[in-house]
Design a protein around this ligand. Structure first.
Ligand SMILES: Cc1ncc(COP(=O)(O)O)c(C=O)c1O
Length: 396
């Protein structure tokens, strides 16, 4: 009998720091000094669910690893389609395209609907990928400032930005970096403007499973047929299931016409781009077999969110609300008298904790005066990072 006890889920015993130092890139463990705790890019410190490892191992051990179907494996697309249907988004597997990540899904969606001379509207602040992909497609980006403090969509500001060249509105729900879950009423306002002005809605819902509070996740594509038809939903499996390294995501289009345009723009028909089959197998296992694991992860994240927000909020000059979704804290640090860049620099050099400064290049001008911290780690590591920040704050 094997007497080895498996480590408690989402505990520090599950976090393999030496391996993370070798493998976790993108501003994380492998890219910071060896005594720095990186609460930077949103990528969990935990290993993936065992069901994913089993599914991938079994598929690979069969030894056949040729090309997959252009749009993605049928089972993968069926899985995505039923997931969206459960959220009230009318969906058909043929309107789903497997992509190598949500970022790539956004890129394909933007290339499909935006051209030079077009305008795209998005929020300020928002994750850089939304404006970046719009600009890569040649469009000019107009930003809609969110309400400082709450991150809500103020009345009237979206309308003011819509003009004859506007082609698309890009939203991020739940919102990175504010952690806010868009209200049904806000989504309805966005949707009616899109219908009125014949715009495409590109909705980045990569965070849609990470709902921490009472505000329900509403997919904008669920707000009636007229809205669904013009909605492109993009998402992926990096945030919920820790599959960032597999680069796996999807695009769903509410009409066949949009689906064909996105497919063409994605490069998949000519095999220049596309999602790896093994990654789709991993995502299938995530959707089909890892719901219990996901509930456990959410339970852990809710606790980390409370701990992180309350301890940061107690610091001199910090104001840190709890996020409604995502595993990101986004404290307002203006009362410290420091810029985000300066404060993040001090945290890294003096407290030995790396965070993302709210710089324009990451999130837009609306993020200035804020820093962003990811709490998808164990309680012990989060506690260590917070203790270091508290000590720095007391002595600065
Ligand atoms: C809003 C948003 N969209 C897309 C991505 C990228 O996801 P993926 O790893 O699936 O490309 C991220 C990652 O942080 C994100 O926050």
């Amino acid at each position: 009998m094997n007497s080895k006890k498996s480590p408690a889920r989402f505990s520090s015993d599950e976090v393999n720091r030496p391996l993370l130092r070798q493998r976790a890139f993108n501003l994380r463990w492998a890219e910071v000094d060896s005594d720095v705790i990186p609460l930077t890019a949103a990528d969990p410190d935990f290993p993936v669910a065992p069901q994913i490892i089993e599914a991938v191992t079994s598929y690979v051990s069969d030894g056949l690893l040729g090309y997959g179907p252009t749009r993605g494996l049928v089972e993968f697309r069926e899985g995505v389609s039923s997931m969206l249907e459960e959220r009230g988004v009318p969906s058909h597997p043929d309107q789903v395209l497997a992509t190598d990540g949500a970022a790539s899904a956004l890129w394909a969606a933007c290339r499909a609907v935006l051209s030079p001379g077009d305008e795209a509207i998005t929020f300020d602040p928002v994750d850089f990928l939304l404006p970046h992909c719009s600009e890569q497609a040649g469009a000019e980006v107009l930003r809609c400032p969110l309400e400082p403090g709450t991150g809500a969509l103020p009345d009237g500001v979206l309308e003011q930005r819509i003009g004859p060249r506007t082609r698309a509105i890009l939203i991020c729900n739940p919102h990175n970096p504010t952690g806010r879950v868009l209200r049904r009423e806000e989504l309805q306002r966005i949707a009616s403007l899109a219908v009125k002005h014949d715009l495409v809605i590109i909705s980045d819902e990569v965070w849609s499973d990470i709902i921490l509070g009472d505000v329900p996740m509403v997919s904008i594509g669920s707000l009636g047929d007229e809205v669904a038809r013009r909605t492109i939903t993009v998402s992926g499996f990096s945030k919920t299931y820790g599959l960032a390294g597999f680069r796996i995501g999807f695009v769903h289009c509410g009409s066949n016409t949009l689906a064909e345009q996105v497919l063409e723009a994605s490069g998949a028909p000519r095999t220049t781009f596309g999602a790896s089959v093994v990654s789709q197998v991993a995502a299938q296992a995530a959707m089909r077999e890892c719901q219990q694991w996901r509930v456990g992860f959410l339970h852990h994240l809710r606790k980390m969110s409370q701990i992180g927000a309350s301890r940061l909020d107690a610091l001199d000059g910090f104001r840190c609300p709890e996020p409604e979704g995502t595993y990101l804290l986004f404290p307002d640090i203006r009362a410290t008298g420091m810029s985000a860049t300066e404060l993040a620099g001090q945290l890294e050099t003096k407290a030995r904790v790396a965070v993302v400064p709210g710089e324009e290049r990451w999130f837009g001008a609306g993020a200035m005066g804020h820093i962003r911290l990811s709490f998808a780690t164990s309680e012990e590591i989060l506690d260590e990072a917070l203790t270091r920040i508290e000590r720095w704050s007391e002595t600065r």
